[in-house]
Design a protein around this ligand. Structure first.
Ligand code: SF4
Length: 370
């Protein structure tokens, strides 16, 4: 019979429950190691914020994953955003965390703005549409960065633009899909040696459990959807350790107060209506088949790729930057030679030091930079 791991927010913050879960974890490990990847940058931050990083047994290693949308955006994609932002009569409408992400030459949208580019921060894609309505003589370009959590809202924006007949709004869809990148990580012959996945809570509210089934069935990897409070995370780690101990990998929802096993059918339908899967670039991992979202041909008139003749040219990450290895779980941030030296939150070299979801920024903030 399927077990329901229901927990209130209050329970998930309860220190006594956390202590009990730590003991349960210790029993499940029984001297073994556990090397799991927390796919989502919010989980990395939560693990540090609530002190779990220092409370977990030394035999438990948590690896950061490719779950920060800004961080996984490839250098070639950043270069295109910067190039478009610099063009005449274009207003770039972007989420704030993109502003300081350095491109291949170290310059960011922030620099472009200082040099005269019209770059506006928006808090939702619909704000970009409003900007287009208010500036009918300009072209408003929105870089669509994010995962399955963001894509449905962007899809709704595209439909609204069509309904309102707004013809100066253009989307550069750089959206990424989580299940294909998890497959790519396991297929990659790198040093990460991932034994289990702490699956992203937010993305899973949209996807549900089914899209992850192959990870347990084909790769024998335990997968647990977890929440962000301390006991949520500890429960998820316990379940991963128990699955490994029992040799019974499965995809389990340990965050039912937010995640429905079937996901969000309405959000999925919106995505399906507007987007179709396509091959896309990931920082550190190159082109991964069917891991992105492109606008369907019916919406080609809003597609910045076609409108501006976008080409993703060969490009290299900033010299010395190991963001790609951090995102694959091959190294932890302090292993990058630039960490805390040449690369700091005040002067980031790579995107993982920029975003609040970036693991380098999180490690720098909570674990120091010795
Ligand atoms: S410390 Fe800076 S350069 Fe190194 S991996 Fe992190 S963000 Fe990239």
């Amino acid at each position: 019979m399927r077990q329901i791991y229901s927990m209130s927010v209050e329970a998930a913050q309860n220190p006594r429950l956390c202590r009990a879960l730590l003991e349960r974890l210790s029993r499940a490990l029984d001297g073994r190691q556990l090397r799991f990847m927390e796919v989502c940058g919010t989980h990395t931050a939560a693990i540090f914020q609530c002190g779990l990083a220092s409370l977990l047994p030394a035999s438990v290693m948590h690896l950061s994953g490719p779950g920060c949308p800004v961080c996984v955006t490839h250098d070639a994609e950043i270069a295109v955003i910067l190039e478009l932002a610099g063009r005449e009569n274009i207003i770039t409408a972007t989420f704030g965390d993109m502003l300081r992400v350095p491109g291949p030459d170290g310059k960011s949208l922030s620099h472009a703005r200082a040099e005269g580019a019209r770059v506006k921060i928006v808090y939702s894609p619909l704000d970009a549409l409003t900007l287009a309505e208010k500036n009918p003589d300009a072209i408003v370009f929105f870089p669509g960065i994010g995962f399955e959590t963001t894509a449905p809202t962007v899809a709704a924006t595209v439909l609204t633009a069509r309904q309102k007949k707004i013809d100066n709004f253009f989307l550069l869809s750089l959206h990424k899909l989580v299940p294909p990148v998890l497959r790519a990580l396991l297929d990659d012959a790198s040093d990460a040696n991932i034994e289990a996945f702490l699956l992203p809570g937010h993305v899973s509210t949209v996807l549900g459990l089914a899209p992850y089934a192959f990870l347990a069935e084909r790769y024998s990897i335990p997968c647990v959807v977890g929440g962000f409070e301390p006991a949520d995370i500890l429960l998820a780690i316990c379940l991963m350790a128990e699955q490994l101990r029992d040799g019974s990998p499965a995809v389990v929802n340990a965050y039912p107060r937010a995640v429905n096993d079937a996901g969000n059918p309405r959000a999925l339908a919106l995505m399906e209506q507007v987007f179709m899967p396509t091959d896309t670039l990931w920082r550190g991992m190159g082109r991964i088949p069917q891991s992105g979202l492109a606008l369907r041909p019916e919406y080609a008139d809003m597609d910045a790729t076609a409108r501006f003749g976008v080409v993703f040219a060969e490009s290299q990450p900033p010299r010395g930057c190991r963001c790609g290895d951090v995102l694959k779980g091959c190294i932890s941030p302090p292993a990058c030679p630039l960490f805390g030296q040449k690369c700091t939150p005040a002067s980031p070299v790579g995107p993982c030091m920029v975003s609040t979801e970036g693991s380098c920024a999180t490690w720098h903030k909570y674990a120091g930079h010795q």
